[in-house]
Design a protein around this ligand. Structure first.
Ligand SMILES: O=c1[nH]c(=O)c2[nH]c(=O)[nH]c2[nH]1
Length: 286
């Protein structure tokens, strides 16, 4: 006999842009919001009784209505507002998960109404609420960084398939995907975000790297050192290989100046750095 296992449902990737007008000086918040609700959903799966189902269309509408009614500040605050609304409004909903990605825009010149999509990373968050407690993970993706030196990779294990030459000087590049969990919600999510981002960037730049794994640990450790409210950092770092091009056929010395930037395959280095006494994560990472 089959039984229904864990399930959730919601509207994925609602794209919402909220404009705030202060005279001629406008501001924009550009978000992708995904909601997922769970609770007493057995009957909808087993008998088709939809009475407990708040439609995904309604969830999408709520995102737009809340953007208008409450405005959009830090994405974590907006995610928590929505998660609490869905769990508080309907007894059949026991748990809400709201994930938000924020796409950055910059002013286009001195115009108050004109914007240019920024080359900055995407800021992310996931908020959970179960009717009583909340969990928030903040993060980012596509923070692309590159060091032209201070990176070596040698002394690695070798077998009959190893062809990689050891190197004492290489380009190290990655597109950082990071997420960090707070044991205490910060007073100011935006400030906490900038601190964590700054720590990731500083550690990438000033770590003399013997491997991307070592850099990953240094980056995670730096976030914990700079952000007391953070207890766990998860990092996913694609090794964006830059291979020196052999210019000898053209009678030229490369001298560490010309690289082939391969896009795939890429090494993928992933890891978690956490405080020894980090509390249990609950559903934070789900
Ligand atoms: O920093 C690195 N870590 C690895 O595990 C690895 N493997 C590889 O081929 N190049 C690298 N670089």
């Amino acid at each position: 006999m089959a039984v229904l296992g864990p399930n959730r449902y919601g509207k994925a990737e609602t794209r919402v842009v909220r404009v705030t007008r202060h005279g001629d000086a406008h501001r924009i918040k550009d978000l992708t919001v995904s909601t997922a609700l769970s609770g007493d959903m057995t009957e909808v799966h087993l008998s088709g009784d939809n009475s407990a189902v708040l439609p995904t269309d309604t969830q999408k509408n709520t995102v737009f209505a809340f953007a208008k009614k409450h405005g959009v500040g830090a994405i974590e605050d907006f995610a928590l507002l929505l998660a609490r609304h869905f769990t508080d409004a309907r007894p059949a909903i026991h748990h809400a998960r709201v994930a938000i990605e924020e796409h950055a825009w910059e002013r286009n010149g001195a115009f108050g109404h004109s914007f240019v999509r920024s080359g900055r990373e995407v800021r992310t968050c996931v908020a959970h609420h179960d009717g009583t407690r909340s969990w928030v993970v903040s993060g980012l993706r596509d923070l692309v960084v590159l060091n032209t030196t201070n990176s070596e990779f040698w002394g690695f294990a070798k077998d009959e398939y190893t062809t990689l030459p050891e190197t004492r000087d290489r380009v190290l590049a990655t597109a950082v995907e990071a997420a960090w969990r707070h044991d205490e919600p910060p007073q100011d999510w935006d400030k906490s975000y900038e601190n964590a981002r700054g720590a990731l960037l500083a550690a990438f730049a000033d770590t003399y790297s013997l491997s991307l794994q070592q850099t990953l640990y240094a980056m995670g450790t730096r976030v914990l050192a700079e952000c007391p409210e953070v207890c766990e950092v998860r990092l996913s770092l694609p090794n964006k290989h830059h291979f020196p091009v052999d210019l000898a056929p053209f009678g030229l010395d490369n001298d560490g100046e010309v690289f082939f930037a391969a896009d795939r395959p890429y090494g993928l280095i992933e890891g978690t750095v956490l405080r020894e006494d980090a509390p249990e994560p609950g559903p934070a990472w789900e």
